[in-house]
Design a protein around this ligand. Sequence first.
Ligand code: CTP
Ligand code: MG
Length: 229
Amino acid sequence: MSRLVYAVILASGKGERMNCGFPKQFAEIKGKTIIERSIEAFEENEKTDEIIIVSEPSTIEKIKEIVLKNGHKKVTKIVPGGAVRAESSSIGVGEVVEDDAKVLIHDAARPLVTQRIINDCITALDSCDAVNVAIKATDTIIEAENGTMKSTTERSRMMQVQTPQGFRAGTIKKAHSMAKKEGFAGATDDCGIVFRYGLSEIRIVEGDRTNIKITYPEDIQIAEMFVEA
Ligand code: CTP
Ligand code: MG
């Protein structure tokens, strides 16, 4: 059994909703870029062995400089991503050779991920093949179509999904290869893909309200508040 733990950090998005003129992973939170903070979380994690970064093709050099400047020793590969998140994720996971290694796939856009969350995911993978990170929904979730409510849900059973999401490499590779055949249509998060093909039970690890995804400009202020706290 491979004991290796990989982190795949997805940083190949354009950050269109952030609208800051450059990919949002290079925006700063208290003087440090989002991508640096995300790399650091896994660099500092004692159980993580290697970090693979999936970058927007035009920013690979910039990320290389950041990794060199910070002496991030666990970063072994920086590879160009794909057109959609799921494709970027499959490219990153494709760099992992051992099918029984543990792989944590993380959005670079969640720079405040905690050591507790990372460790809980890695530990959970000792006894399952897939793990999701989620927090209880605070808003009621409805399904809507063309501006009309279609269905409602029971809030107490609803959870909001975060990253990292962890897998035995063989499980997520199989899921990605199946999704690829469908052009990654409808694939948002990696656990969603594993779930769709019924490849594994998916354990849930408690997330954290501070583990926000930087999506809109105001999320920077919220993140800065959490960093200070
Ligand atoms: N991502 C990626 N490859 C893509 C699209 C997204 O690696 N083709 C990554 C982003 O860099 C981000 C994470 O997936 O870390 C979550 O995506 P999201 O928050 O949607 O980021 P962006 O796609 O960059 O933002 P937007 O949708 O506003 O353009
Ligand atoms: Mg996106």
